[in-house]
Write a protein that binds this ligand. Structure first.
Ligand SMILES: CC(C)=CCC/C(C)=C/CC/C(C)=C/CC/C(C)=C/COP(=O)(O)OP(=O)(O)O
Ligand SMILES: O=P(O)(O)OC[C@@H](O)CO
Ligand SMILES: [Mg+2]
Length: 243
């Protein structure tokens, strides 16, 4: 019997999974609510690359009000799915289409492994927001990033792909539906092709890759290595993402 207790549909996740299965990679632009000026939003929407499939909203230090405004305005001006990628439970708003329910599994800070998630329950339990359990893995991108500072966790070295694969598999075995390899916003070095490939070969859930991707070439390297969804934030924010 189909359960009546299903919290919400899985429209967004099913799309990502199906695209991954068909080898049609997805592409997300990340809007940091802290940086977003509403008066510039239409210009940003017009500048979205044609192959954009998702709009992500989140920041390491954005407030609840900033996140809510960003989601509302993006939904108003674009038909693309708006997916929350929160740095904090306060950024969650039921007006989005889906939520990456992140757990920072590369680190050992209980606040980002389970406490933030518990704090979000009151908001989530009566909402129809699609919740996508996501294993979030912070990898050293050559600079100290906001995620590292905020989460007080160390990134995993790119020199040990076997360990990164083990963390990703532990996430999958724990029931995560997505794995997100993160080099950190504005990273000097994106996650390497070698690591993307090793993780992709090991897991059977879709793989998100982000952090420090600025060029068409880096984007293609990530897809070629096996990323199912690539996220670009800073380069788009700065008007530097040339494709
Ligand atoms: C799912 C729930 C309830 C909460 C999530 C809380 C967790 C586990 C967060 C993971 C750790 C973290 C701080 C992630 C931040 C992710 C993010 C939105 C990064 C974008 O970084 P920017 O804010 O753009 O960086 P800059 O400050 O460099 O611009
Ligand atoms: O801002 P950039 O470096 O594109 O990173 C995107 C995203 O992965 C950050 O969480
Ligand atoms: Mg940012």
């Amino acid at each position: 019997m189909i359960s009546n207790f299903t919290h919400s549909g899985s429209v967004i996740y099913s799309q990502i999974e199906q695209a991954a299965r068909l080898g049609q990679p997805c592409f997300a632009i990340l809007f940091d609510p802290e940086e977003l000026r509403v008066q510039d939003l239409e210009k940003h929407i017009e500048a979205l690359p044609d192959h954009t499939t998702h709009l992500f909203v989140g920041g390491s230090t954005a407030t609840a009000a900033q996140a809510q405004l960003a989601v509302r305005e993006l939904k108003k001006h674009s038909g693309l799915p708006v997916v929350l990628f929160p740095g904090d439970h306060n950024q969650i708003t039921a007006e989005a289409d889906a939520l990456l329910f992140l757990s920072l599994i590369s680190g050992e800070n209980p606040e980002y492994l389970i406490r933030q998630q518990i704090k979000s329950v009151d908001k989530l339990k009566n909402s129809a927001l699609e919740i996508i359990p996501t294993g979030y893995i912070l990898i050293d991108g050559g600079t100290e990033t906001a995620v590292q500072r905020v989460s007080k966790t160390q990134p995993l070295t790119q020199d040990d792909p076997d360990h990164i694969v083990a963390v990703a598999l532990a996430g999958q075995y724990s029931g995560k539906k997505l794995i997100y390899l993160e080099a950190g916003s504005g990273a000097k070095n994106p996650v390497s092709a070698e690591i993307i490939k090793a993780v992709k070969e090991a897991i059977h859930i879709p793989l998100i890759v982000g952090g420090g991707i600025r060029t068409r070439e880096q984007l293609e390297i990530a897809y070629e290595a096996g990323a199912d969804l690539v996220v670009v934030g800073t380069a788009f924010e700065n008007g530097n993402f040339r494709i």
